[in-house]
Design a protein around this ligand. Structure first.
Ligand SMILES: Nc1ncnc2c1ncn2[C@@H]1O[C@H](COP(=O)(O)OP(=O)(O)O)[C@@H](O)[C@H]1O
Ligand SMILES: [Mg+2]
Length: 231
């Protein structure tokens, strides 16, 4: 995916907020890319543009050399459905559906999905298929959300602070799971974080500041999440 001179301005009442001011970024096939920046720096805004949830005010975004910025509502919905898996900070599970049914909400509309049970098995929840979200811990709920994204077999998984609501033990578990998915399935993953230690987890970390990509840090030998000093 390529982003060229991407801007996003929000207008609230009479105030214009120019959040993204010329983002240039390439997301490489099969990479795990971390996007880091202070709270309010525009990370979620950027991820929503990458995932086709939102459209830029100016600039170009292309995926496999296809320009996304000219697509109509129906085409962008299909792009999201066929290519993108989202994981959010607060899981966004449907409380009245079981783990299996939550995953099935995504696979029912996907082009080439896995079996929902297989996706839950991959995240280590084979014995929790019929539990409701309220019967699962935070870490388990997030694993269901990861399974839901993964079960579509998306080319690109977008994770917005996926461990923001978790304790350290569950943070490590989810991050190691995402690293494993990236490594073993080749799914491209873009993950937002504001934890400094996370820059060691990926080959590339893009720092967002003042509305632009201020720096890209490369790490030759990324660490598994369990080996990072979280203190
Ligand atoms: N839909 C929106 N309408 C108005 N302002 C928004 C909207 N979305 C985000 N913003 C503003 O854009 C800035 C960046 O927000 P966000 O991308 O959520 O930051 P981050 O994820 O880095 O914390 C914030 O000042 C936020 O208030
Ligand atoms: Mg955010």
């Amino acid at each position: 995916m390529q982003l060229k001179d991407v801007h996003r301005t929000f207008t609230v009442g009479e105030v214009k907020v120019h959040v993204l001011r010329g983002i240039n970024l390439e997301i490489l096939a099969r990479e795990l890319l971390i996007i880091k920046g202070e709270s309010g720096s525009g990370k979620s805004t950027l991820l929503n543009l990458i995932g086709g949830i939102d459209q830029p005010s100016q600039g170009f975004i292309s995926f496999n050399n296809r320009d996304l910025t000219g697509l109509d509502e129906q085409e962008i919905t299909r792009f999201r459905r066929d290519h993108i898996g989202f994981v959010f900070q607060f899981y966004n599970l449907v409380p009245t559906l079981t783990a299996l049914e939550n995953v099935a909400t995504a696979t029912e509309i996907a082009a080439r999905p896995m079996e929902p049970a297989a996706a839950l098995e991959l995240v280590g929840l084979a014995d929790r298929l019929h539990h409701f979200p309220s019967q699962l811990s935070g870490g388990e709920q997030q694993r269901v959300a990861v399974a839901r994204a993964l079960a579509k077999r998306p080319e690109l998984m977008l994770c917005d602070e996926p461990t923001g609501a978790l304790d350290q033990e569950n943070t490590i578990m989810i991050l190691e799971l995402l690293q494993k998915i990236n490594r073993e399935t080749g799914t491209t993953i873009v993950m937002i974080t504001h934890a400094p230690a996370m820059a060691q987890l990926a080959n590339r970390t893009a720092i967002i500041a003042d509305g632009v990509i201020a720096e890209i840090i490369t790490t030759a030998d990324p660490l598994p999440a369990g080996a990072v000093d979280w203190s």
